[in-house]
Design a binder for this molecule. Structure first.
Ligand code: NAD
Length: 485
């Protein structure tokens, strides 16, 4: 086994979980056993919540300008440990080293945003009447929780923890049981950066722990990122327990490709979007709506896709179950009459025969009723639907229950604007295949890709992780008695 047993991190100390249920952490690259993990039970969560609650009075009263100093140091530590952190993400998730490194770079960008929070939470003050002032202040909520998925073991935890903690909260993080290792390293670095014990805690576990978090009376707010099925469970369970909740779900992202698109740039972007992180990105292109005559672009897309080699510049998918699911989608589409232009099923990956790889796959002549057109595949697969008009394309995009991202490839600004206005998705790209807003712009989809108000990053997260205190003060004796008195 490569690593010691995966542990919880409670009150600044790594400790064993106390259930008798164990899981193995397997690398998707070659099926190496990386570590074993004991799953937590309710008593572990109780201890973590108590540690966080005990730390809260001291941490929340620390001025924000002091709190963010921890994150300036954390950022430097992320930079210093870039290679080690990237390797860990690569090993446990299966993505390529470059993709893992990009994830750490994004974690650094998210931390930089948290460092800027003192500039953004100054509150407001106004003399509303002679001698009478109204003022707002952002107050931290208390103990909060963050539940994260397997596809970004470092970046998604860093969507929430720097902002929530810099704003004065104490956090319980529940990593994905498929990739529990990177979070442990994050905890080590936060401690080295000077974060007081108890402010950040990790509870390793599975769905049982998620349910316990949603039910725990000591937790004020829950943020969730994962599939739509679980996002719905978490959102309804946490809010029915009167907690604040934002729950980001799955996706089915559409790319509209128009005949006037620049062929080479479009092909490179489409190929990168559908295959990056082995298609296991909630922002990955999944359906290409080919508007009119775009065969010359489809040919180039296939050329680009053929340059993507599993085990070289394409990572593994998370496990055998995912590989089978993805390959079954391709087989079903073929059976229903779609044409497989590039077939990535069962690739041979020299030296990594035990890895769970699926090669990039392009499926043409897909119809909107097919499962590959409707459901989240979460693999390196793009389904091409041929349509005659932009409105026909938009009707298909709009009918999908998800709404994370949509992109258009065109040189026509008017058409691009029309698509920005009419696509039913929270994040839109124009000639950009993966339209992730960079900090300080917030990240968040629409429809069944997100439940709850606001977005998870950027300024929007300030509203989620704090509550506003409104005070009205009168010190001046000459302020008269009026309807405010
Ligand atoms: P998942 O929903 O299976 O798991 C996410 C978390 O929920 C994990 O921590 C897991 O332990 C827990 N969980 C799993 N099943 C549960 C259940 N039945 N009850 C309670 N908790 C449960 O998601 P995943 O497979 O880890 O991640 C992939 C999914 O996440 C994809 O659907 C992807 O689109 C989505 N995702 C969305 C975004 C976004 O921003 N919208 C970002 C990243 C990933």
């Amino acid at each position: 086994m490569k690593y010691p047993e995966v542990q919880n991190f409670i009150n600044g100390v790594f400790t064993n979980a106390s259930s008798n249920r164990q899981m193995e952490v397997i690398s998707p690259i070659d099926s190496t056993l990386l570590a074993v993990m004991t799953l937590s039970n309710k008593s572990d969560l109780d201890r973590a919540v108590k540690a966080a609650a005990d730390a809260f009075p001291g941490w929340s009263k620390t001025p924000i300008k002091e709190r963010v100093q921890v994150f300036f140091r954390y950022k430097t530590l992320l930079e210093k440990h870039m290679v080690e952190l990237s390797r860990l993400v690569q090993e446990e998730n299966g993505k390529t080293f470059d993709e893992a490194r990009a994830e750490i770079e994004k974690s650094i960008e998210l931390t930089e945003f948290a460092c800027s929070l003192p500039q953004l939470v100054t509150g407001e003050i106004l003399e509303v009447s002679r001698g009478v002032e109204c003022r707002t202040e952002h107050i931290p909520l208390g103990v909060v929780a963050s539940i994260v998925p397997f596809n970004f073991p470092s970046m998604v935890p860093n969507w929430t923890l720097p902002n929530a903690i810099a704003l004065g909260n104490c956090m319980i993080m529940k990593p994905s049981e498929k990739v529990p290792l990177s979070c442990g390293k994050i905890a080590e670095l936060l401690k080295e950066a000077g974060l007081p014990d108890g402010v950040f805690n990790i509870i390793q576990g599975d769905s049982e722990m998620v349910e316990a978090i949603c039910d725990h009376s000591g937790i004020e707010a829950v943020s969730f990122v994962g599939s739509t099925k679980v996002a719905k469970i978490v959102y309804s369970r946490a809010t029915s327990n009167y907690k604040r909740c934002i729950a980001l779900g799955g996706a089915k992202n559409h790319l509209l490709v128009l005949p006037d698109a620049i062929p080479q740039m479009t092909a490179a972007n489409v190929a990168a979007s559908m295959s990056g992180c082995a298609g296991q990105r909630c922002m990955a292109a999944s359906v290409m709506l080919a508007v009119g005559e775009v065969d010359h672009i489809i040919e180039k897309i296939c050329d680009e896709v053929r340059k993507i080699v599993p085990g070289v510049n394409l990572g593994a998918v998370i496990n055998k179950e995912s590989k089978d699911r993805i390959e079954n989608y391709i087989a079903e589409a073929e059976k229903q009459g779609a044409k497989i232009l590039v077939d990535g099923r069962n690739p041979k990956v020299d030296g990594k025969e035990k890895g769970t790889y699926v090669g990039p796959t392009v499926i043409d002549f897909v119809t909107p009723e097919m499962a590959v057109a409707r459901e989240e595949i979460f693999g390196p697969v793009i389904s091409i639907i041929r349509v005659n008009t932009v409105d026909e394309a938009l009707a298909i995009e709009n009918a999908n229950p998800y709404g994370n991202a949509a992109s258009v490839f065109t040189q026509n600004g008017g058409v691009a604007r029309y698509i920005i206005e009419h696509a039913s998705a929270g994040m839109i790209g124009v000639n950009v295949g993966v339209p992730v807003p960079r900090e300080p712009f917030p990240f968040g989809g629409w429809n069944e890709s997100k439940f709850g108000v606001g977005d998870i990053t950027g300024k929007s997260s300030i509203e989620f992780w704090t509550k506003l205190k409104k005070s009205t003060t009168k010190w001046s004796p000459e302020a008269g008695v009026n309807w405010m008195s």
